[in-house]
Design a protein. Sequence first.
Length: 340
Amino acid sequence: MKLNRYWLVLVLVFGMMMIAGGAQAQCHPSTPRQLNLYDSYCVHICPDSASIFFLSCPFMGPEMYPHLIMSPGCHSGAQGCNSDCTPVTPPAWPWAQGQRPEFGQDPGQPDAIVVQNDCMSIYVYWNHGGYWVIEILANECSGCFCLWFDWQLPVQLTSFDAVSSDGRVTLNWNTASESTNDRFEIVRQDRGMIASVRSEGNGPTGHHYVWQDNNVENGHTYTYHLRSVDYNNQTDELSTIQATPAFTAATVSEYALYQNYPNPFNPSTRIMFDVPATSMVKLNIFNPVGQHVASLVDGSLSVGRYAVSFDGSNLPSGLYFYSVKIGDNFSATRKMLLVK
């Protein structure tokens, strides 16, 4: 399938070059034949042009996605990106926006990552010959943008949250993908590193992690830093969160999900709920079209009132829903508004 698509794009490029005339003949699309890791290139596009090239990295496989950094124009001073040309704005690569790349947006290329705007569409997919392929299909725009090929970070973090309760803080975090990741380290600001959590394994789908700090005092606010450590012991700071454990004087006797506070929020808020009997609890965040955004709690909780800190730094402004399910006896959903 990819071979056919490759030749189709080449034929399209050749055909457009043959029929170009007038002002269009003055525009010459330009892309590299290949782009090596850490190299940049000034990509020139023309109206209705199509280009194809591949990324070169000897140790990269289909489960290790490339990270593409794209910026309008070619005056950045980066090597290969210093041409004098009319800037055009390329679409944003998902990880640059804190999002995980999505496949299957184009029925004709179901295994491709597709990013697009009014100016162009960019397809990125793995060729079983052993490399990642990039196709750029321009619309009615002409100019240049700088494209830099970077390596995927060892860990793509989607959420890091803290559940405060009586005498303990439970940390939850989710990854969108992991590559060359050996472990996570939890650093508490007042004590230094307090835990090391092994990676669940490399892969493009990510994992869910839970760790509990029982060495806390009620009423004190604690700051936690989460960092990843790769196979070469290189450390990357991922996220920071605060939590304040508290004793609940009143006995919790009923199920409840409370309105988050503050609401609207930017970028953090707290969600509280009551668990009257030891149960499996799931607390999830969804966007208005029902897509899962984050998993804040997924495990057994004892009786008590719980407060979960949620950080929406990596999400766009808008309406979101948080939903709790406690055992088989209770479920509830409420709205919250993120305003940046």
